[in-house]
Design a binder for this molecule. Structure first.
Ligand code: ZN
Length: 213
């Protein structure tokens, strides 16, 4: 039985109302000296939010991962350096960074590009990075019933880096694991080593989900 993650997809953005909101937002800012430049801004804002930043609501990650195929290998599959973009649910500002994803097959495999597309579908919504990281693992578990899944994310949150000079350059790191990854520290180390985590920064490797702030 496959549970759907469509419940959140019901909140698909309404471009017409985003356009009205963008007009109001611009009025509220009170900028009048740039009128020729801001004439088409509400349309641009409505398009950017409905078609790009929040495009994930129009995609179903479960459907993207639904086409699996039988495969005997049981060795770890790792996708590293996947770029992702999301929007912080607390401040409506983007956060963006890199994800590493892995799973331990138990008879089913999935196309690698499907994992990247599922990450994109889950990311391009209002999110918390902690929740997004866990949702990637849960989506893989649902689709593949693997022996374990892992997701590690590092991102710059504009709500942290552009609002306070003290946080400039800071990154938020989160990790989520299931199955054998959760139980076996050596597997987690193998995953993080293969993904290159800590190699350049010397950053401490997270052993589980990290809270930010
Ligand atoms: Zn925020």
């Amino acid at each position: 039985m496959r549970r759907s993650s469509r419940s959140s997809a019901a909140a698909r953005p309404d471009r017409r109302r985003l356009l009205a909101a963008a007009r109001l937002f611009l009025e509220a800012i009170g900028e009048t000296g740039l009128r020729p430049d801001t004439r088409r801004t509400p349309e641009r804002v409505a398009d950017a939010w409905s078609r790009e930043l929040l495009a994930g609501y129009g995609a179903d990650p479960d459907a993207l991962l639904a086409t699996t195929f039988a495969g005997a290998p049981r060795d770890m599959v790792i996708l590293r350096d996947l770029p992702f973009t999301s929007v912080c649910a607390h401040h409506l500002l983007p956060f963006h960074g890199t994800a590493h994803v892995a799973y331990l097959p138990a008879g089913r495999l999935v196309g690698l590009s499907k994992i990247a597309r599922a990450l994109d579908a889950l990311g391009r919504r209002l999110q918390l990075q902690e929740r997004l990281t866990r949702q990637v693992v849960t989506a893989l578990d649902r689709a593949l019933r693997p022996r374990g899944s892992a997701c590690w994310m590092e991102a710059e949150h504009l709500c942290m880096t552009v609002r306070g000079a003290g946080a400039r350059g800071s990154r938020v790191v989160t990790a989520a694991y299931s199955g054998q990854f959760e139980r076996n520290a050596a597997l987690r180390s193998e995953f993080l080593r293969a993904a290159g985590v800590g190699r350049t920064t010397g950053r401490r490797v997270p052993s589980g989900r990290r809270r930010r702030r």
